[in-house]
Ligand binder design. Structure first.
Ligand SMILES: Cc1ncc(COP(=O)(O)O)c(C=O)c1O
Length: 384
């Protein structure tokens, strides 16, 4: 144990080890960055179009529109669908704030609903109950790397003639299997998909980045126009738009990393399996459930604590230099900025319970065996 502690001090464990990942592909990434600098093609350079095409092929999606970040991707999607102030958009109460933020920013009404207690994803029955005559869209978030129940959600959307905008910031590469056996990649099933290339995401760049996906060519043209100041022809602005571009340098880096995305997902799954094996018999932890209709790309490995003081476990981990994070500590409906007379504390019991009990462990593609053993030993030695 002493020898391992010394090893851990010299090789600190990170939630996401971006440095180790960079070192593994340094030559390719450096060459890609230098090519952009040599060409001084910083804005809309060739790498942006190449990346767009490569991602379209990877996702089997007719249109990928790169943009500046995942929050913009969601906002532009809602602008392109022409939603008007007062329109209602349903999303999960257990998600990152960006999802609800853009709904509110556009003057739309975020309508939050509860999630499934084991998969953490939006509950279709709660969605159905929340639909009114003003509902224009559902925004399922494929949380922590696993698809929301899309088949049911698509059916609800069809029935009520509303849109689905998939927030796939955490699940790029995950695959959904329909009951007829057909499979589709996360983000390509709804009217629009929105993703983020934030550095710690499964497909992360070296700054900010995002993209919008759609199978609809006419909608893609509109999205492209809105992301480019509302112009199709330079200096002729048909609509109010935004300025949201993916930098060429980021696109060049993403081209290198996209080639490895499936390999990363396998490594993340291998690590998750080791965690599962180590923790499944512990009475104070529940390992993450896999849905039978989706692959998991483990953006996060999130455990549910049972009958213990979560803070005590977190402290125990910190003392052993094992980082852990709480995604997310406060439900959206209890955030100061999003409180509403619609919801009171207790409105979403599953979300509130999860926020009090979940804990996420380091999850990345460069975990060393000694680091993993140290995390496992530390958790197993927790006295409760
Ligand atoms: C679920 C979800 N949606 C949206 C976003 C926003 O992405 P970005 O940080 O690129 O704006 C994130 C990422 O942080 C996210 O996790």
């Amino acid at each position: 144990m002493y020898i391992r502690s010394k090893y851990i001090a010299m090789n600190p464990i990170q939630m996401v080890d971006l440095k180790a990942q960079y070192l593994r592909m340094k030559d390719d990434v450096d060459a890609a960055i230098h090519e952009v600098i040599d060409a001084t093609a910083f804005i809309n350079g060739p790498a942006v179009q190449f990346f767009q095409k490569e991602l379209e092929t990877y996702l089997d999606c007719r249109n990928v529109i790169p943009c500046a970040n995942g929050t913009d991707a969601l906002q532009i999607a809602m602008m392109a669908l022409g939603f008007k102030p007062g329109d209602e958009v349903i999303t999960a109460s257990f998600t990152y704030v960006a999802t609800a933020e853009v709904i509110a920013l556009l003057g739309l009404t975020p309508v939050l609903v509860d999630v499934h207690p084991e998969t953490f994803n939006i509950d279709p029955e709660a969605v159905e109950r929340a639909i009114t005559s003003r509902t224009v869209a559902i925004v399922p978030v494929h949380l922590f790397g696993q698809c929301a129940p899309m088949e049911q959600l698509l059916e609800i959307a069809r029935k009520h003639n509303i849109h689905i905008i998939e927030d796939t910031a955490q699940a790029i590469g995950a695959e959904y299997r329909f009951s007829d056996g057909k499979a589709r990649k996360a983000g390509t099933m709804g009217t629009i998909g929105a993703t983020s290339f934030f550095p710690s995401k499964n497909l992360g760049c070296y700054g900010d980045g995002g993209a919008i996906f759609t199978q609809d060519d006419a909608l893609a043209a509109k999205i492209r126009m809105i992301a480019n100041h509302g112009q199709r022809v330079r200096y002729y602005h048909d609509e109010i738009g935004v300025n949201s571009r993916l930098d060429t340098i980021q696109a060049a880096i993403l081209r290198v990393k996209l080639k490895q995305l499936d390999d990363y997902a396998s490594r993340r799954n291998a690590l998750a399996k080791r965690y599962d094996e180590a923790f499944s018999a512990l009475p104070f932890l529940k390992i993450p459930k896999r849905s039978d209709f989706s692959t998991h790309v483990f953006h996060q490995y999130t455990l549910i604590t049972e009958g213990i003081d979560r803070e005590a476990l977190k402290k125990h981990l910190e003392e052993a230099h094992v980082p852990a994070m709480i995604y997310y500590p406060v439900p959206l409906h209890m955030q100061k900025a999003y409180t509403s007379e619609r919801y009171t504390e207790g409105a979403f019991p599953v979300t509130e319970d999860l926020c009090a009990r979940v804990i996420s462990l380091p999850m990345h593609t460069e975990m060393q065996e000694d680091q993993l053993l140290h995390i496992i030993d530390t958790i197993r030695s927790f006295k409760y």
